[in-house]
Design a binder for this molecule. Structure first.
Ligand SMILES: *[C@@H]1O[C@H](CO)[C@@H](O)[C@H](O)[C@H]1NC(C)=O
Ligand SMILES: *[C@@H]1O[C@H](CO)[C@@H](O)[C@H](O)[C@H]1NC(C)=O
Ligand SMILES: *[C@@H]1O[C@H](CO)[C@@H](O)[C@H](O)[C@H]1NC(C)=O
Ligand SMILES: *[C@@H]1O[C@H](CO)[C@@H](O)[C@H](O)[C@H]1NC(C)=O
Length: 601
């Protein structure tokens, strides 16, 4: 498939009422690669507009996050409350008033507004004709050439000049991120039916154990990853959570990925006998479904839930199912929410008083498919969870330094900024500096897995906690190597890694083998949940935002991975090296060492 760039920018004459007012362009974008603009959007089509008001004091929130997550600071572990976080990010009264007045001018009343917990977002349902008037724009229907998906979008919108300082962004306008393309970072070629009749879980028979550092690992783990393998590899041993009711773990699900309860029981029966008959809490977000028909079981959801909850059992688990994109019906007047879903989930979770302390997300997409302002704002929403003591894990992606497209020529490793430059494709939200990005390894002893997503963000600058570790990697990487392909000043990712191949899960009634950094993130999240248990059972607060601590610990708590590389975009990618590298980060966790390190204070 050839991706022809839609390079025809048609300059339309602006409607008279735009010219008559003091409208100024707020945001504009190039027509996105791979999309074709069709007809004008039907004027009665109703869209669900999300309006972001500037957060009054995000800089202070950031300062507080770094205090409470710095083990050397006297406030370490003193996570902020929901109310404290909201007080810092709620908009200034002048912004609220200006936006209210504007919306009232267009006929909206308070009862029409759906506001986020901190009031920093206002959501309203608006017919296209009115949205066009409010935003000085023209919406069109756009078709994604490859999938045929349709969206109502524009490449530019405006706001009256006086509102610019009171509104950060409005979507859906310029965002062409495709829900259905949002990669579940499953490495599908790994999905093969397990036909080995002699599979015996952890039983090693008479084969010799593989020596890894000072431990023995069952040789079967070099072919199949089970809960038992992970406990051996990461030295969890027979640790049993001591205060399982005081901490919890969560898994996010999107795209109609349902975590099947019958499959979970088969998995527990196979690999985690004590967990048989236990379950998790299901939470629907924005109408997210939970179809338990076996043929509807999602491989991604099953993988995440089975390994996260199986490894951290009996710590209670939550699974959120966030609704997928509704089908595009052009003359539909009931509102359609075609925003991308991370925001729906985080908006929902930020409204909750209690949030699980360790949360894993195995979804992501190339950073550039999300408008920069939007990505920054979503990252600031995730920061609010970090401030409240939540550790957020995200898969680093399955395309190496590329975007994971199955297309061997990697046509998509080009920028979308109109310049069409060859460029590595970092994965969002893994590049947000307030989350912990998890890359992948394989084999025993472990090496970096070739598909492990990694590199440097084009949107987020390197956070200070990475200066030493990432600085050292860059010192040893000549700047003329891959010149122009990545941003040396950007946030490096991943932060850490865990096994990402040949996981034995249960799916639609049978055992299958599956892989991806999709597997790595829930494994790491489970280990964080166990570490939180270590802490809360000693009366200490949960770990919260992890990265400053992880970069301080480095080799004291991680197995450094030094073999392998992550090809993509027609290059061999980066090399795993001594110390941090953009394939496996600091390495894979050593629970026994980390447990001792986090027990202190
Ligand atoms: C593990 O598997 C890899 C590749 O599948 C192989 O190269 C390696 O020798 C195996 N390791 C051991 C200790 O058997
Ligand atoms: C699980 O529940 C079933 C049905 O209630 C029961 O027959 C079985 O003994 C239980 N198994 C365990 C291990 O508790
Ligand atoms: C669940 O999925 C099955 C199979 O696709 C379908 O027949 C059934 O109607 C669905 N159930 C619900 C409650 O949506
Ligand atoms: C990776 O290692 C190979 C072999 O040592 C070397 O030729 C190559 O330049 C390295 N790549 C990077 C990105 O450092």
């Amino acid at each position: 498939m050839l991706f022809l760039r839609n390079s025809l920018t048609i300059l339309l004459p602006l409607p008279a009422w735009v010219l008559a007012s003091d409208f100024r362009v707020k945001e504009s974008t190039e027509p996105p690669r791979g999309w074709t603009r069709l007809a004008e959007a039907p004027s009665a089509h109703t869209i669900s507009l999300r309006i972001a008001l500037p957060q009054a004091d995000f800089a202070e929130l950031e300062r507080r996050i770094y205090q409470v997550s710095d083990p050397g600071h006297e406030l370490y572990g003193q996570h902020l409350s929901k109310e404290q976080v909201e007080a810092l990010v709620s908009p200034r009264p002048t912004s609220l008033e200006a936006v209210n007045a504007w919306l009232k001018d267009h006929g909206f009343e308070e009862k029409d507004f759906d506001r986020s917990a901190a009031k920093d977002w206002v959501n309203i349902n608006v017919p296209v004709a009115l949205a066009e008037k409010m935003l000085g724009t023209k919406y069109h229907t756009w078709r994604h050439d490859e999938s045929g998906d349709r969206l109502v979008r524009t490449t530019s919108y405006s706001l009256p000049a006086h509102l610019h300082e009171h509104i950060e962004l409005i979507q859906p306008t310029t965002m062409f991120a495709r829900w259905s393309a949002m990669k579940t970072t499953i490495h599908w070629p790994e999905l093969v039916e397990d036909s080995s009749p002699s599979f015996a879980g952890s039983a090693s028979g008479n084969r010799l154990a593989i020596k890894v550092a000072s431990t023995d690992v069952d040789p079967s783990c070099n072919q199949t990853i089970t809960i038992s393998c992970l406990k051996q590899l990461y030295k969890i041993g027979d640790y049993v959570p001591k205060s399982p009711r005081k901490t919890s773990i969560g898994i996010t699900g999107y795209l109609e990925e349902f975590a099947n309860l019958a499959d979970l029981q088969s998995f527990y029966n196979d690999q985690v006998k004590p967990a048989v008959n236990s379950s998790f809490k299901f939470v629907s977000v924005k109408g997210g479904l939970n179809n338990q028909t076996l043929s509807e079981a999602g491989a991604e959801a099953n993988l995440d839930v089975q390994f996260a909850f199986g490894l951290s059992f009996p710590i209670p688990g939550t699974f959120w199912s966030t609704a997928g994109r509704p089908p595009f019906i052009p003359d539909l007047t009931t509102p359609t929410n075609t925003n991308e879903p991370y925001l729906d989930w985080v908006d929902f979770v930020l409204r909750q008083k209690e949030v699980p302390h360790s949360i894993s997300t195995s979804y992501g997409e190339p950073e550039q498919t999300v408008p920069r302002k939007y990505a920054e704002r979503v990252c600031h929403e995730l920061a609010q969870l970090a401030a409240r003591g939540v550790s957020l894990m995200y898969s680093s992606g399955d395309g190496g330094v590329g975007d994971g497209s199955e297309d061997p020529a990697d046509h998509l490793c080009f920028t979308n900024d109109g310049k069409n430059t060859h460029r590595f494709m970092p994965t969002f939200p893994a590049t947000c500096p307030f989350v912990t990005a998890v890359g992948g390894t394989n084999d025993v002893p472990e090496t970096a897995v070739f598909f492990s997503g990694g590199g440097f963000s084009d949107y987020f600058k390197r956070p200070f906690y990475q200066d030493r570790a990432v600085g050292k990697f860059l010192e040893n990487t000549p700047s003329d190597l891959y010149q122009g392909l990545y941003n040396r000043a950007g946030r490096g990712f991943p932060d850490v890694a865990a096994q990402g191949r040949r996981f034995r899960i249960w799916w639609r009634g049978r055992a299958v083998s599956i892989g991806g950094t999709s597997a790595s993130a829930p494994v790491f999240a489970a280990i964080v949940a166990l570490l939180n248990d270590v802490r809360v059972s000693k009366g200490l607060p949960p770990l919260g935002f992890l990265n400053p601590l992880l970069y301080l610990i480095g080799p004291l708590g991680f197995n450094d991975i030094t073999q392998g590389n992550n090809p993509g975009c027609g290059t061999p990618g980066f090399n795993a090296t001594v110390g941090w590298d953009p394939i496996t980060g600091l390495g894979t966790p050593d629970f026994s060492k980390l447990k001792a390190l986090v027990s202190g204070h």
